[in-house]
Design a binder for this molecule. Structure first.
Ligand SMILES: Cc1cc2nc3c(=O)[nH]c(=O)nc-3n(C[C@H](O)[C@H](O)[C@H](O)COP(=O)(O)O)c2cc1C
Length: 368
């Protein structure tokens, strides 16, 4: 009965509850010699911090990370890296109201049925705060990938029905608007839509896109640890994610083979593709082109609007969910999706080192 460990060679264990004393992650398998400071990790955590705009919850969480082990003189030592973020600004009394009720769209009912007992304060382990451990570990994975020339870019592709088209992308604008959209103009439209949601005591969903450049060819393990399968598991494990697409994804079901196949040609001695409907993965292995990953995020389940539900004694009742909640989860989850993708790729890159005798010879034969 284990569900808190992800990965094989670069493995991440997350721990902690929303209203417990702290939350964190342990990374096992990070190679020695990677320059790493708390500031590096903090930069990632700051991207998921609440209280940064009116579209994210007003909870003021400092989310200051401390490195407890695995780093010496600013570099990883090859031993387990333990990361901790202490919880502050919890208002557990906000949740007293729901201890006897099953909130629609939340895990209250399923946890109650499975365990017969649950930490109702802030959703416990199912809280959005659980993603702090993922993001702290994702920062380390991303730094490792940068050392290998692999770079991830993530942003909000859509909020509700407001979608930034590919020819409207301005990547320099992602960090200029609170919704992390690659277009300030579309972000303004989305902000108006969110204002309406807030007025109606409602919430919105959206789509996050993550693109990964610089991937070598052949990363992924047949058959159960295919790259696309691992990415899907990693991203689907984030709360509120309801769908994952690679490349054309569900659109591929409506295409013909002739339009969906990506033709190969040779360029400067390299095999490259004319298009990228596959999203950078063929047969579960990276094909050397850009990986394109999308995650569908549902609307925030906690809404102020009155909803019908059942209490733990079986009585029908109506509830309005109080407490401080994001009217849209998408902007805060952008860095979470990126982190899970980075962890997955770091893990599979290390696994791939044993795919050929040649790779092992490069490490172990002194004269190569
Ligand atoms: C970064 C992040 C922040 C979240 N913030 C909230 C929130 O403020 N209010 C809320 O009701 N749900 C929030 N959620 C979603 C719930 O955690 C999630 O919907 C719930 O646990 C039920 O799980 P499921 O949607 O995967 O079925 C957040 C999720 C993430 C990833």
């Amino acid at each position: 009965m284990t569900g808190s460990i992800f990965g094989n060679s670069f493995s991440v264990t997350t721990w902690g509850e929303s209203h417990g004393p702290a939350i964190g992650a342990v990374i096992d398998g990070c190679p020695a010699g990677l320059p790493l400071t708390e500031d590096n990790i903090q930069a990632f955590l700051n991207r998921r911090k609440p209280g940064q705009s009116k579209y994210t919850t007003s909870r003021k969480e400092d989310d200051q990370v401390e490195i407890l082990s695995g780093v010496f003189k600013g570099c990883t030592t090859g031993t387990a890296i333990s990361l901790i973020v202490r919880n502050t600004d919890q208002r557990s009394q906000d949740y007293g109201q729901i201890q006897d009720f099953f909130r629609p769209g939340h895990a209250d009912y399923t946890f109650h049925e499975k365990y017969g007992f649950r930490d109702y304060r802030g959703g416990g382990r199912t809280s959005g705060r659980e993603t702090i451990g993922r993001v702290a570990a994702g920062a380390v994975a991303s730094l490792l990938l940068e050392e290998l020339g692999i770079h991830l870019t993530s942003y909000t592709k859509s909020i509700g029905s407001i979608t930034v088209p590919e020819d409207g992308y301005h990547f320099n604008e992602i960090s200029e608007n609170p919704l992390y959209m690659p277009s300030n103009a579309y972000a303004e439209d989305a902000a108006h839509y969110l204002e309406d949601c807030i007025k109606n005591q409602d919430s919105s969903g959206g789509i996050i896109e993550c693109i990964i450049d610089g991937m070598p060819t052949g990363i992924g393990e047949p058959v159960f640890r295919k790259l696309d399968a691992c990415l899907a598991q990693a991203v689907m494990s984030i709360g509120a994610v309801k769908g994952v697409e690679i490349g054309d994804g569900f659109q591929a079901a409506q295409a013909c083979g002739s339009s969906n196949n990506d033709s190969f040609y040779e360029k400067n001695g390299q095999i490259v593709k004319r298009s990228n409907h596959a999203g950078g993965v063929l047969g579960g292995l990276s094909d050397g082109s850009r990986i394109i990953l999308r995650a569908a995020i549902k609307p925030t389940p906690s809404i102020a609007k009155e909803q019908e539900t059942i209490d733990i004694y079986g009585n029908t009742t109506n509830i309005t969910v109080t407490g401080r909640h994001d009217p849209v989860i998408v902007p805060r989850a952008v860095v979470v999706v990126e982190s899970m993708a980075a962890i997955t790729i770091a893990d599979l890159l290390i696994d791939n080192m044993s795919s050929k005798v040649e790779h092992l010879q490069k490490i172990y034969l002194k004269n190569l």
